[in-house]
Design a protein around this ligand. Structure first.
Ligand code: PSV
Ligand code: MN
Length: 428
C-alpha cells in the first residue's frame, strides 16, 4: 500500500527532536514532584489503541447535504490505505472497524493481507439493518430486528450472521449491533412487544457467536426513530445484554445520550455490572452530532477515562473496546481522525495522572473541593511531550497533522481517485 515515505516522517521529526527531548524532561520533573514516574505512564499510553471506523475516512454529511472532499476513498481498500496513513503518523490506531455491506469485497483474505501490509488488524464488525440495500427482499423502513413481519426480522438476523462469518475470516472478535428501529408517533409501536421481538432476534445472533466473541449492543436515544427507539438508553441495552448472556455487553457511543446526561456515571455502572463493551468516541453539543472527540467537552472525555483508570487501578476485570465514531463534514477526515485519536490518548494519559490515594482520602473525608481539585490537576497537566515521545518511539510523527500536510498525500490520492458525487443527505 502506498502510504507516506519513512523519509518524509524522519524529515518532519528531525528539527523537532530537540524540543521533544527538553519538554519531556521538563514534564518528567514536574510529574516526579507529584511522585509520578513519567516513563511508567509513557509505557501505559504506548500500549493504548483506539480503532478507526472505516466509514470515518469518507466525508460525512447531514440530512441536508454532503460536501465531498478531495480524493475520497472509493472502496474498502482505499479506506484501509487512509487508515494506514493515520496509523503511520499518529501510532494510536492499530485497528479498523468495518461496516457491512458498505465495506463488502470479493476476497476477504486479500483484504486481510492488505490490512497487515498497512500495519493494521480488524476490530469489531458492524452490521447495517438501518438502511435498505439494492436487491433486498424486505424493507427496513419500519424496522429490522424488531419488525412486526417475521420474514423481515429473519433477513436482519441473517445479515448479522453474515457479518460474523466475514469477521471470522478477518480475525475480528466482536459484532456491534446498532438498529434504527423505533417509532415516530406515539402509539405507532407496542413498546413491550417490539422489545420482545428484539430479544428474540438478538438471541438468534447471539447463538451464532463464536466462543471468544462479544456482541456489543449500541443504544441511541433517538434518530432515525425520533419519538422512541427500541434500544433507547443504557437501561434497555443492559436489560437486553443481561437476557442474552455473558457475551453480550453494552456499548457506549458518547453522542447517543440526552444533553447533560452523566455519561461517566453510566460507564461506572456498566463496569460494576461487568457489562461495559466499549466506546464509540465523538463529541456533541445537541445530540448525535458526531463532532470530533473532545472538540467541545474534553473534560467530559477525561472524566470517562477517569472511571476506566480508577476501575483498572482497583483491580476490576474489564476489557473495553475503543473506537472513534465521527462524521467529518468540514475537515479532512484523516486530519480529524488523527487529532481525535490523540485526544482520546491524551484523556487516558491525563487520567493516569490522578492521585488515586489522595482522591480516595478526600472522598472518605467528604472533602469535595480537594477531590475535584485532584481531578482538575490531572486534567490540566499538559501531556503533549509525553504523547509526542510515544509517537516518536513507535516511528510516528511528532506533529501528525503537520507531517500529513507536508506529505501531499491528499493531493496525491485526489489524482488517483475520481471526485465523488455531492448532493443530498449523507450518512450520519
Ligand atoms: C449510529 O448513529 C452509529 O453511531 C452506529 O454506530 C452506526 O454503526 C454508525 O453510527 C453509522 O454511521
Ligand atoms: Mn456509534
Amino acid at each position: 500500500m502506498n502510504l507516506i515515505s519513512a523519509d518524509a516522517i524522519t524529515a518532519h521529526n528531525e528539527p523537532l527532536l530537540r524540543h521533544v527531548r527538553n519538554d519531556y524532561e521538563h514534564l518528567g520533573e514536574q510529574l516526579a514532584r507529584r511522585h509520578i514516574d513519567i516513563d511508567t505512564v509513557r509505557q501505559q499510553v504506548a500500549a493504548f489503541g483506539v480503532a478507526i471506523p472505516s466509514w470515518g475516512v469518507g466525508t460525512g454529511g447531514t440530512r441536508f447535504a454532503r460536501f465531498p472532499g478531495q480524493g475520497e476513498p472509493r472502496n474498502v481498500f482505499d479506506k484501509l490505505q487512509d487508515c494506514g496513513v493515520i496509523q503511520q503518523l499518529a501510532r494510536a490506531t492499530p485497528t479498523v472497524s468495518l461496516h457491512i455491506p458498505w465495506d463488502k469485497c470479493s476476497d476477504w483474505s486479500e483484504l486481510r493481507d492488505a490490512a497487515a501490509s498497512a500495519g493494521l488488524a480488524f476490530d469489531a464488525m458492524n452490521s447495517n439493518t438501518f438502511s435498505d440495500q439494492p436487491g433486498q427482499a424486505h424493507s427496513y423502513k419500519f424496522g429490522s430486528l424488531t419488525h412486526t413481519d417475521a420474514a423481515t426480522r429473519a433477513q436482519a438476523v441473517a445479515h448479522n450472521l453474515e457479518c460474523i462469518e466475514i469477521g471470522k475470516a478477518l480475525g475480528s472478535k466482536a459484532l456491534t449491533v446498532w438498529i434504527g428501529d423505533g417509532s415516530n408517533f406515539p402509539g405507532q409501536q407496542h413498546f413491550r412487544r417490539a422489545f420482545d421481538r428484539y430479544l428474540e432476534s438478538a438471541q438468534q445472533i447471539y447463538a451464532a457467536l463464536p466462543g471468544d466473541w462479544r456482541m456489543m449492543l449500541e443504544h441511541k436515544i433517538c434518530e432515525p426513530a425520533f419519538y422512541a427507539t427500541v434500544i433507547q438508553d443504557w437501561g434497555s441495552s443492559f436489560l437486553a445484554a443481561q437476557t442474552l448472556g455473558p457475551k453480550a455487553q453494552c456499548l457506549v457511543d458518547l453522542g447517543h445520550h440526552a444533553p447533560n446526561v452523566n455519561i461517566e456515571l453510566i460507564v461506572a455502572r456498566l463496569i460494576a455490572a461487568g457489562k461495559l463493551a466499549g466506546f464509540h468516541f465523538n463529541d456533541s453539543k445537541y445530540g448525535d452530532d458526531d463532532l470530533d472527540a473532545g472538540s467541545v467537552s474534553p473534560y467530559r472525555l477525561f472524566l470517562v477515562f477517569n472511571e476506566l483508570v480508577a476501575a483498572a487501578h482497583e483491580g476490576v476485570a474489564f476489557d473495553p473496546a475503543y473506537m472513534l465514531d465521527q462524521s467529518h463534514n468540514v475537515t479532512d477526515p484523516i486530519e480529524s481522525l488523527m487529532t481525535s485519536a490523540v485526544q482520546v490518548q491524551r484523556s487516558y494519559a491525563q487520567a493516569l495522572l490522578v492521585d488515586r490515594a489522595a482522591l480516595d482520602a478526600a472522598q472518605d473525608a467528604n472533602d469535595a473541593l480537594t477531590a475535584t481539585h485532584l481531578l482538575k490537576q490531572a486534567f490540566q497537566t499538559d501531556v503533549t511531550p509525553l504523547l509526542q515521545r510515544v509517537r516518536l518511539d513507535a516511528g510516528g510523527a511528532i506533529d501528525p497533522v503537520a507531517a500529513y500536510r507536508a506529505s501531499g498525500y491528499r493531493q496525491r490520492v485526489a489524482g488517483e481517485r475520481p471526485a465523488a458525487a455531492g448532493g443530498g443527505g449523507g450518512i450520519v
